[in-house]
Each structure stands twice: as structure tokens, then as C-alpha cells.
Design a protein around this ligand. Sequence first.
Ligand code: NAD
Length: 385
Amino acid sequence: VTIAVPKETASGEHRVAMVPKVADKLAKLNVDILVAKGAGEGSRIPDDAFNEPVQMSGRAADIFGADVVLAVNAPDAKSIGKMKKGSVLISFVQAHNNPDVVDALNKASVTCFAMELVPRITRAQSMDALSSQASAAGYKAALMAASSLNRFLPMLTTAAGTIRPAKVLVIGAGVAGLQAIATSKRLGAKVYAYDVRTDTKEQVESLGADFLMAEGVKAEAEGGYARELTDDEKKKQQDMLEKNMADADAVITTAAVPGRPAPKIISKAMVEAMKPGSVLIDLGASGGGNCELTQPDETVTHGSVTIYGPSNVPALLAEHASEMYAQNVFNFLQLIVVPEEGQEDAKPADKTYKLDINWDDEVLAKSALTHNGEIVNEAAKEALK
Ligand code: NAD
């Protein structure tokens, strides 16, 4: 089995799907590993950091001609066109935003497992790249808030007087939000958080932050996700948030509903109610923004409030985001690269492995996006109709 890792081409993408530490583990499966020259550069991994038996290749035909291609973002349609019939791609795809990619996967008859579709069940936790990357994003968002403010985050008692701690409000307490809360707390801020899933109250409080409630709003949906709010609920939520935003120094938004654009929570009027000099870090930017003034990858100044809409925050922490992603992908790969029959008990060095997809495995069945020239994920099929 040949496993290959291309260099990511999306602008601002510094991550890579394989790092030397994980490649060493992969090598133990006695597979051939090809990594595109320069693929690790953005994550500060020089080509020579990859050990034997990894081979570096400058030829796209070799990389995309492998049995399995591992990537962070799905390659472009032209590169997918170079893939072999029946070969496998494992990467984030976001099918609803990338119909061309899905078409190319079907034309090439590539079996694609989309990392965003990996079910969030206990057995698949070690493959949950949405969580590992969200965690990186939440951490970095708190640092962005801290470094863009012109004040301290912690309380300081100094000879020049006492500095009051900054107030940070985190909206959306999923994986990214909880990490933003934890990081802001470690920096000494007074942290408030809000989520439409009131179950998150306990998690927020266990990090030492205060949970804000919007009376009459409770929007838990299947699988631990949120549902979209009704207009009436939205109004209640906004009234409550506006009051709390008025004295926050930094607001970090992370609200998301799976498969939907980012919920628009923060109106222009709410920004206008914020303190002069305060900042808003909108992690919803790539989904259209949680704030109506957000512009993806731009810094917007509205009155004296600054709004940041970074669209790929994990890439700003590429070294560790890549390390975690590579490990997630490796854990996933072990479901489909398995010992040949009769070899289960052989010594590791003698084992040979084959590519074998067990469609009865819930994790594989649910993560599959395309197979044999067709979209096999119902939600993606619906979204691309
Ligand atoms: P997400 O990225 O889909 O959403 C981020 C947060 O935004 C969520 O907490 C959501 O409730 C919140 N939100 C949505 N609409 C909102 C609104 N209008 N206002 C305020 N907040 C809003 O979520 P996620 O971080 O991917 O996590 C979702 C859930 O999955 C959580 O319950 C998490 O604990 C769970 N999870 C489970 C596992 C596992 O069991 N393996 C792994 C990771 C996450």
C-alpha cells in the first residue's frame, strides 16, 4: 500500500497532514510513504526531518497516484483527476462548499472519507479532527484577543495602583469556546460565556467562568449539537447579550450549527453598544461570521471597536495543529489499512498490510462522502442537489 501526502495549496494554509513523529508510526505498518517536497515547510518541518522509509517526491503524478492520499484540505479538481480509480482520499472536504471537488472525486471514482463527517462517538474520539483543530482555534482566539487589546488581561496590584482584570465574553461553548475560556482564564481575565445548549453551563463553570442564561432559550439538538433559533429566541438572546457585551473588553464568538451558515448573533447595533477600544474575534468568519460586520480575513474597525474575522485559525498554530491532525488521520487510517489475512498474530516486522474497507464499521460508513462514483453521504447529497 502506498500512502502519500501532498503539499497544501490553499492560501494561508500552513498545516500538513503528516509529521515525522506520526510517519514513524505509519512506517511500522510496512507501507510505502511518499511526502511532497516542501509539504511541511509551513509547519516548520523541513524535508529532511522525515525519517526512512519516507520518500520525498516532487512529482504530482506520484503523490496523487498513491493508493491513499492524506491531506488537510481536499486537493483541487485537477489533482483529484490524477488519482487512481478506487484509491482513497482522507481530508476535510466541506462538500456543501466544494461541489467541484465532489464532482472530481466522483469522476475519478475515488473513495473519499471526509474528516468533518467522522462521527463523534467514543470509539472515534482519537480521530476527531474537528475537535483537535477547534481546540487550536479557541486557544489562538484568546491570544489574539489578548494581544490586540491595549490593556492587561489579569488583575495587577502594583505600586502604580491596581489594574482591574479584563472582561472576556465567549459566545458558543463547544470545543473551541471552552478552549478560549480556559486560555483567557489562564491569562487572568474575568470570563463570561454563553451557549444555547444550557448543558454547557457545568463545563463553563468548571473552567472558572460565569455562565450567562437567556431566559426561554434552550436549543439542544441531536448528537450534542445546537439547532437554529427561532426569531423570538434570537431576540431574547440578543437582548441578553447586548447588555453583557457593553462592558466586555473582548468578545470571542465560536457559534456554529452543523451544515448551516454561522448563526448571525451580533448585530451592528450590538457592536455599537460595545466599549471603546474593545475587540471582537469572530471564529465563525469562515461560515459567514457570527457578527454581521465581520469580513473574512479582514480587520474591520467600526467606531472604536475592532472586529477580526480570521478564516483559518488552526493554520496560525500550524506546528501543533498539524501534529494533532496527523495523529487523527493516522488513527483513522488504521481502520482501512489492516493486516493481511492470517497475519494478525505475526511479528510486527513481518506483517504485511492491505487496504480493506469494512463498510459495516459505523465510523467508516458515516465518514464516507464518495464511493464508486457516487455521493454516499445523505446530508451532502441533499446539500448538493
Ligand atoms: P460546533 O462547532 O458545532 O458549535 C460551537 C458551539 O456553538 C456549540 O456549543 C453550539 O451549541 C453553539 N451555538 C450554536 N448556535 C448558537 C447560538 N445561536 N448562540 C450561541 N451558541 C450557539 O460545536 P462543537 O464544538 O463541534 O461541539 C458540539 C458538541 O459535540 C458538544 O456537545 C461537544 O461536547 C460534542 N463533542 C463530542 C465529542 C465526542 O463525544 N467524541 C467530541 C467533540 C465534541
